[in-house]
Ligand binder design. Structure first.
Ligand code: BG6
Length: 469
């Protein structure tokens, strides 16, 4: 059987998109507190009430109820992130914020009480604002040390109960959005690709250093990298398009390679030439990079179709990554491609190259949900579209496992409705649990099980057999 009882079926969330409580219990501000429009708008001077992330889905106050709901679905893993500014409010303190430590201790203990394995992302798009303002985010090397201190604190306090760690969420996104992924406040238009590679280098060194620290803390800790993955398809069999797909794939693989092999790949030379990169890299950096990860994790939402001359084709939408319109796949309500086989492709692709265990850290369908009522006046949400999306993708995971690919888990993104990353909206929902929060900020924040809740529960209960019903 492809899915064993050890397979980590589960869900994923991120602190800045669900916790809320942006200024409670000593938490410092993060860049997200000034990003009411996600990556699609200017930052505000101060946190403003229309920023939905300031309250999120109120996980900070409702984590017990939420984790009980996850347990009710038989969820085996929760991938969650720690808000750096809850542990070190500015990033520069010598001692961590005890209330922040206490909060995550409570969350972790609750997960363990319900037999749910925690997997923690150290940095999920929410650099402490002070670091962003003082150093222009990861443009400065100084941030490597600040991150190492924060990471070590997390391993020291939580490593006795948390075995799985991810360093940076979608670290390759630094090339596309230096603000979101690296807290760089200078306008993107002024940050050349050459500089983006340097910024990414600082993060890659920091990731390797964190891996080293985790292994020193406890050799049993498992650290993974996390990239925004995508299968890159050539639009045609014109060799120009095929090579374009190869090159775009390499731009992404660059990040996985350094995490897994401890050095930059051979094709870095081509990328550096193309973008005029002259990487400032020290001997110490080189030796730190040698601390490689134990597994690979990635988000997969869809495939991307590319061509050498993209002007000839229509494009489709996407959160951060966009591609050309592929006539052979379906499209979501948001005009994002839906391509389950792309996940099968990505799983094979990474396993063939690196032979490391794989974890699907994010996958899911963003969709508006319609609230209806049954005869007794009880709220129902018939999200059949989400069930078919998840089913189709899990079947491709199963297919890859049957082929021999080592996949140890799958986390459905935003398993409890939360605020979206790219556009900071709440209407685009991913969850199997509905949260009553509306785009004008109103709502009771009450939780309701969607149709997908019972479906996922049965999938997990039957170790995937229910996918074939
Ligand atoms: C991933 C991010 O890129 O996509 C998540 O890691 C994000 O934080 C998810 O929420 C879905 O994107 P969006 O913009 O619809 O929330």
């Amino acid at each position: 059987m492809a899915f064993t009882k050890e397979f980590l079926f589960g869900g994923a969330i991120a602190a800045n998109q669900c916790e809320g409580a942006y200024n409670e219990d000593g938490k410092g501000l993060s860049i997200q507190d000034l990003m009411p429009n996600g990556v699609r708008g200017p930052l505000t001077e101060e946190p403003e009430p229309h920023n939905l992330k300031l309250i999120g889905n109120d996980f900070y106050h409702r984590y017990k109820e939420d984790i009980a709901l996850l347990a009710g679905m038989n969820v085996r893993v929760l991938r969650l992130s720690i808000a750096w500014s809850r542990i070190y409010p500015t990033g520069e303190e010598e001692q961590p914020n005890e209330k922040g430590i206490a909060f995550y201790n409570n969350v972790i203990n609750t997960l363990i009480y319900y037999n749910i394995t925690p997997m923690i992302t150290l940095s999920h798009y929410e650099l402490p604002l002070h670091i962003a303002k003082t150093y222009d985010g990861w443009r400065s090397r100084k941030v490597i040390d600040l991150f190492a201190k924060y990471a070590k604190t997390c391993f020291d306090y939580f490593g006795d109960r948390v075995k799985y760690w991810l360093t940076f969420n979608e670290v390759n996104v630094t090339l596309l959005s230096p603000l979101l992924s690296a807290g760089v406040l200078t306008d993107k238009s002024e940050i050349s690709m050459a500089e983006r590679y340097q910024i990414a280098h600082h993060q890659l060194v920091a990731s390797a250093l964190a891996t080293k620290l985790a292994h020193e803390c406890d050799a049993e800790l498992k650290v993974g990298c996390m990239v925004a993955a995508s299968a890159k398809y050539p639009m045609t069999c014109n060799p120009d398009d095929v090579i374009e797909a190869l090159h775009q794939q390499q731009e992404l693989d660059y990040f996985v390679h350094v995490h897994c092999k401890g050095e930059y790949p051979y094709y870095a030379q081509r990328l550096y030439k193309e973008y005029n990169v002259d990487l400032e890299i020290t001997e110490e950096d080189l030796s730190l990079l040698r601390h490689t990860v134990d597994f690979i994790s990635f988000s997969y939402y869809n495939s991307k179709t590319v061509a050498k001359d993209e002007s000839k084709y229509d494009t489709s939408a996407g959160n951060i990554l966009r591609g050309l319109r592929n006539p052979y796949v379906d499209y979501s309500e948001y005009d994002y491609p839906i391509d389950p086989q792309g996940l099968y492709y990505v799983l094979h692709y990474y396993y063939k190259q690196y032979g490391l265990p794989l974890f699907v850290a994010e996958n899911g369908l963003g969709h508006k949900d319609k609230v209806e009522y049954d005869d007794q006046g009880k709220i129902i949400i018939n999200d059949d579209y989400r069930i078919s999306f998840t089913k189709a993708h899990l079947l491709q995971v199963e297919r890859a496992i049957e082929d021999g690919v080592e996949v140890f888990g799958y986390a459905s993104w935003g398993i409890i409705d939360l605020i979206s990353a790219a556009s900071a909206e709440v209407d685009k929902r991913y969850g199997f649990v509905y949260v009553d929060r509306q785009k004008d900020g109103s709502g009771t924040l009450n939780r309701y099980k969607k149709k997908s809740y019972d479906w996922y529960k049965q999938v997990i209960e039957t170790n995937g057999k229910y996918l074939h019903e």
